[in-house]
Design a protein around this ligand. Structure first.
Ligand code: MF3
Ligand code: CO
Length: 249
């Protein structure tokens, strides 16, 4: 069942989303070669807790940290480690969730660490463009797969591939709610969008092939061909005339 949030719930989700955005701003302003992925996690957790929120991911299905930090060929769910040092030229996907008064915000961004290659820049820009191309269709009375379809069309049009194993999702009092939102598919399928629905849209896009595998830690997911991967995610509110990004400052 896809829920529609009340004004009170939406107000709390705006606060949760803003806290997630503040944590991202701290990462953006501080990320540099020599930092560890644990340093990123500490920074994220500090911002979340200083703002009276709780990291949504910590202990979720046993996940051990506040952020997911995934480098280069890592697609999602990289577990922060004090032994993993960021290098100049890395692309670093940071996924952050915060719960405020029982409501979650969820957003991911892929950052450049130092100077990155031209193809890495193209992947980051293309993945962001795919997210926003999908969001063009995030509006009451459209159907869910209109978003999915335009993400895929944009990413594949740029020569990239779309990861199939992970999807976007409804979000609210639970981190993962109905519906599941694939980043691919035919248009005009799935639930009809209604004002008050809150969704996390999150394309994971590979420079090479779409296939991924999960490493033996049970979390870290990498591209099978070891090509670079990027991830951009926002939590949004569906409105009659479009959408509002909740995970913004
Ligand atoms: N944005 C991701 C998701 O929606 C992050 C979840 S990480 C987990 O699935 F640790 F919480 F699983
Ligand atoms: Co998510």
């Amino acid at each position: 069942m896809v829920t529609r949030k009340s004004n009170r719930e939406i107000e709390l989700m705006r606060v949760a989303g803003k806290i997630v955005a503040m944590a991202h701003k701290a990462v953006k302003d501080n990320i540099k070669p020599g930092m560890t992925t644990k340093d990123i996690d500490d920074l994220v957790e500090k911002v979340i807790r200083e703002n009276d929120a709780i990291p949504s991911f910590k202990n979720y299905n046993g996940y051990p940290a506040s952020a997911c930090v995934s480098i280069n060929e890592e697609v999602v769910h990289g577990i922060p480690s004090p032994h993993r040092v960021l290098q100049n030229g890395d692309i670093v996907s940071v996924d952050i969730g915060a719960m405020y008064k029982g409501y979650h915000g969820d957003s991911a961004w892929t950052y450049a660490c130092g100077e990155i290659s031209e193809e890495a820049k193209r992947l980051l820009e293309g993945t962001k463009a795919s997210l926003f191309a999908g969001l063009e269709f995030a509006k009451a009375n459209n159907r869910l797969s209109d978003i999915s379809h335009h993400i895929q069309k944009t990413a594949e049009g740029l020569g990239f591939s779309v990861v199939r194993e992970f999807v976007g999702h409804g979000v609210g009092s639970k981190l993962h709610e109905d519906p599941q939102i694939p980043n691919y598919g035919l248009p005009n399928r799935g639930v009809k969008l209604k004002s008050g629905m809150t969704l996390a849209i999150e394309p994971m896009i590979n420079l090479g092939n779409k296939e991924v595998k999960v490493l033996s830690d049970g979390w870290t997911t990498i591209t099978r061909d070891k090509s670079l991967s990027a991830h951009f995610e926002h939590t949004i509110l569906i409105k009659n005339d479009g959408y509002e990004i909740l995970t913004k400052l």
